[in-house]
Design a protein around this ligand. Structure first.
Ligand code: NDP
Length: 466
């Protein structure tokens, strides 16, 4: 198969980076080059900013309904090409076809559809006083920088692009250089539907080069970033002195709490999915499984079986595979016992079998640091209060799940977990209207429904004295 030549998309044109250099994109299934991408830098960001400025003026003059119509047009064209989106996502990330189609591609289409429909829920805000009326304008920020990771490439990028466009902004985006294909393919769709040039500019390349140049650019008024906590710190430190609006969706180390009243077989399967979907490379995956001591041994047995039956793809890169394997080694040094997995398959690709570790202290490095791969640790607890303490021991606070038949007991536990989102008797069950985001080291701000609308606009109050 010949390599795909990914191009930047600036001012409605497919182009090389100004420096002319290219980066290889390696497929995780066999470690072979699947594409090359432009190595963009600050000059490319400047060009994109120029084109975005003029495009944004016209775009923000459209009504919300007109912009929503454009989002529907994009969603329609994506839907026509959904299998190609899934094919490219699967090629780039190595994830199984059904996950690429039913999770990544479907949700990417739905992100545009959802925000187009959601525009109907954006009411005019008015506050009457005895002698005056206030009304609130939702003005666009202007130019926004969108930076996204490799684990759910188009899913996460479109989750930012759709509301940013809806609220009248123009976009300078940078996908992860490890997974550029679907962002580039989206540009071909934008081109086909005739979205005005300069509204969406997608620049490929390395984070510390083109990503940093986007964050540093004075004309870009808001940055929506999804990625690791360490990178989030750099983004925040760069953007904060310029008073840019910032949304940071960062790492997680989520607890899965299993109480003694559950259906062991059923919950074991659900917990295996929550730990290992997308090879554990979802920020929401439950990588610390806390099981009530009275059912620990029985649950462990059922979980090992469920994990062994759960089919996963490779991890994203050679470097990431080495990182994950180093944590598996560390787990053993920290006194952990590998219950299943841990071995490397013979394939040339970046495969690691789903790995379960028990016997680690709850505050050990493997039980508290984000591994972001197919590794979960198993711990036991006696009282619900212990489970809550164990869940809250990490610096992170993104998500969690509680598996407990007694809903009031489950709710009591859920409300005490320090994280932005908790699922009860389910996982990754998403209503796109609800707030999505983390606390503590997992981020600042929320995405979803009104929260995305709020981030991608400035609320301006006009007070009229009668
Ligand atoms: P990184 O933080 O390494 O990268 C995220 C993005 O930032 C990439 O596009 C990267 O480019 C770019 N980047 C790197 N350095 C800079 C910089 N100095 N300025 C601007 N941009 C930069 O994360 P990963 O791609 O490794 O993704 C995995 C992480 O993302 C995990 O920690 C995971 O938990 C988190 N995540 C969080 C989610 C959430 O909603 N909270 C959802 C999904 C993932 P490049 O690839 O070239 O380095």
């Amino acid at each position: 198969m010949s390599e795909i030549k990914v191009m930047n998309y600036i001012d409605g044109e497919f182009c090389e980076a100004s420096g002319g250099q290219r980066i290889e994109d390696i497929g995780p299934v066999d470690g072979k080059i699947i594409a090359t991408i432009p190595r963009s830098g600050a000059d490319d960001v400047l060009r994109a900013v120029q084109s975005a400025k003029s495009a944004q003026k016209n775009w923000s003059a459209l009504t919300l309904e007109e912009r929503a119509d454009w989002l529907h047009k994009i969603a329609d064209k994506m839907q026509e090409n959904i299998e190609e989106i899934a094919r490219l996502e699967s090629l780039d990330t190595g994830k199984p076809w059904d996950v690429a189609l039913n999770v990544d591609a479907s949700r990417s289409v739905n992100n545009f559809r959802f925000f187009a429909d959601f525009s109907k829920n954006i009411d005019d805000l008015k506050f009457e006083m005895d002698d005056a009326s206030n009304y609130v304008l939702r003005k666009p920020l202007g130019l926004v920088g969108l930076i996204s990771p490799w684990n759910l490439p188009l899913y996460l990028l479109s989750w930012k692009i759709a509301p940013a466009l809806l609220m009248g902004n123009a976009i300078i985006a940078k996908p992860s250089e490890l997974t550029p294909l679907t962002a580039w393919y989206l540009c071909t769709i934008l081109d086909k539907v005739g979205l005005p040039a300069g509204l969406v500019n997608i620049l490929h390349g390395y984070g510390p080069e083109v990503g940093q140049a986007i964050v540093e650019n004075q004309s870009i008024q808001g940055i929506s970033f999804t990625g690791g906590t360490q990178t989030g710190k750099i983004v925040a430190a760069t953007a904060a002195p310029m008073f840019k609006k910032l949304s940071l969706e960062l790492g997680g180390k989520n607890a899965t709490i299993v109480t003694d009243d559950i259906d062991i077989e059923f919950v074991a399967k659900e917990v295996a999915r929550a730990s290992f979907l997308n090879s554990g490379q979802i920020c929401l995956c439950g990588s610390r499984i806390l099981v009530q001591s009275s059912i620990y041994e029985n649950f462990k047995e059922a979980l090992i079986k469920a994990v062994n039956d759960f089919k996963i793809g490779p991890v994203i890169s050679k470097e990431h595979k080495e990182k994950v394997l180093s944590y598996i080694e560390l787990a053993q040094q920290e006194g952990g016992k590998i219950l299943t997995g841990g071995d490397i398959s013979e394939s040339e690709g970046f495969y690691i079998n789903p790995t379960l570790v028990e016997g680690l202290a709850i505050d050990s490095r493997c039980a508290t640091e984000e591994i972001f791969g197919p590794v979960a640790t198993l711990h036991s607890f006696d009282e619900d209060a212990d489970a809550i303490d164990f869940a809250n021991i990490t610096d992170y606070g993104l998500a969690g799940s509680v598996w407990c038949r007694d809903e009031s007991r489950a709710t009591e536990i859920a409300e005490q977990i320090e994280s932005g989102m908790v699922w009860i008797n389910t996982w990754l069950h998403r209503d796109l209207r609800v707030p999505f985001g983390g606390v503590k080291a997992s981020g600042v701000g929320r995405e979803g429904g009104m929260w995305s609308v709020g981030f991608f606009s400035e609320a301006i109050n006009i007070c009229v004295k009668h």
